[in-house]
Write a protein that binds this ligand. Structure first.
Ligand SMILES: [Fe+2]
Length: 388
């Protein structure tokens, strides 16, 4: 995140002697993005960070995509994706391209290993459940509605307080609040739908000095590798900087409304390279006396549009249920189904809660997505015959 945080003890001056009570040195690690040009943090470890007992290849971590077939709108029911296991193991990737992958995870157990994704930022949107994201940066508690944003290279372990349901986004690029909402110093501006107060970093540093065998699974080069350390990976006594995992609750997103229908970018919450993440939250509808609250038909010509439906009623989407995902691909228009536009007139507010991901390059489907597909979604615009 573009603001400075500090937890635990750090020496007055970086890159100087910082000693343990027994006189030995703590081990300094500079962890930064983009070759010392991006955001970074400096961490102080009990143990040597590169120290590894054993390494072992687990296997490929590359999603396998299937043929899309004729271009058409698609919908997928994710409510009954099998639950079980830990957050990382339970993840099912449904859609993806070189910029981003989108999936579902329904874990019921806490992780027993540690995980580090060095090739992607990860965003875990908590639809249901609660727990703690532990990392070398400390403890970050989360509950339903929280987006957990986890930078490249963070070593983490998720502990659950209850079974959970996540929409999971992996991004080949950094995830950040939209640039148009930040000033030249990175501070969020007054017209942004949220501010720094709504963003939570790790609140408590956890320092473990246990030795033994600790498994870290590392995702990089589209492969998973197992590293066995001889010490606990969360051995940090202090850190400071701009790089750390953080949480933002969708319930803290302040909707931007107007007299007439506002365009989708008002819902934008985060940006990555070649995609955006948007939050649709409960809000008052447009208040022009002749306003049509339902969205207009639109051809977002260069954009595939994915919506994950969380809660509330989805007035423009007939047949769409909680936990469904729709994919409106580039190349054809979409909009409300027959009758939805008329039905929306006079409505004052919506209680819908949904997450949208717009990608600027086509998304591919996995075999897992095909298994969840709701047949006939494309036909939902044809029910009732041609409309004038
Ligand atoms: Fe749309």
């Amino acid at each position: 995140m573009p603001f400075y945080q500090r937890l635990g003890q750090v020496p007055h001056k970086r890159h100087t002697q910082f000693r343990k009570p027994d006189g030995r040195l703590y081990r300094e690690e500079v962890m930064g993005l983009e070759g010392f040009h991006g955001i970074q943090s400096i961490l102080y470890h009990h143990f040597l960070p590169p120290r590894v007992l054993r390494t072992e290849l687990i296997g490929s971590a590359k999603p396998a995509y299937v043929d899309f077939g004729p271009i058409r709108h698609r919908a997928f029911a994710t409510a009954n994706v099998p639950a079980g296991g830990d957050a990382v193991s339970a993840r099912v990737t449904l859609l993806g391209n070189n910029d981003v992958t989108i999936g579902i995870s329904r874990p019921t157990e806490s992780m027993t290993f540690f995980y580090r994704n060095a090739q992607a930022y990860e965003v875990w949107f908590t639809h249901e459940g609660s727990g703690e994201l532990l990392s070398q940066f400390g403890r970050l508690s989360f509950s339903a509605g929280d987006y957990l944003v986890i930078p490249f290279g963070t070593t983490w372990q998720m502990r659950l307080h209850e079974p959970a349901r996540f929409l999971v986004i992996e991004s080949a690029s950094q995830i950040a609040p939209p640039k148009r909402y930040r000033n030249q110093f990175g501070q969020l501006l007054e017209h942004a739908p949220y501010c720094e107060r709504d963003i939570r970093g790790p609140s408590e540093l956890l320092t473990f000095t246990d030795t033994g065998e600790f498994e870290v699974r590392i995702k990089v080069r589209d492969q998973l590798t197992r590293h066995i350390l001889d010490h606990h990976p969360f051995d940090v006594v202090g850190w400071d900087g701009y790089l750390y995992p953080w949480a933002f609750s969708i319930h803290d997103f302040e909707p931007i409304t107007g007299r007439i229908h506002q365009p989708p970018p008002v819902h934008q919450t985060f940006e990555g390279h070649n995609f955006v993440v948007c939050s649709f939250v409960p809000r008052l509808f447009d208040y022009h006396p002749e306003a049509i609250p339902a969205p207009y038909n639109h051809s977002n010509v260069n954009s595939d549009e994915v919506i994950y439906y969380c809660d509330g009623n989805f007035m423009s989407r007939r047949g769409i249920e909680r936990c469904d995902i729709t994919l409106h691909p580039a190349g054809l228009p979409h909009g409300p189904q027959p009758g939805s536009t008329e039905a929306s007139i006079g409505a004052k507010e919506t209680h819908e809660l949904a997450v949208m991901i717009d990608t600027f390059h086509p998304l591919h489907l996995t075999a897992a997505a095909l298994e969840l597909e709701k047949a006939g979604y494309m036909d939902s615009w044809s029910v009732g015959g041609p409309e004038g």
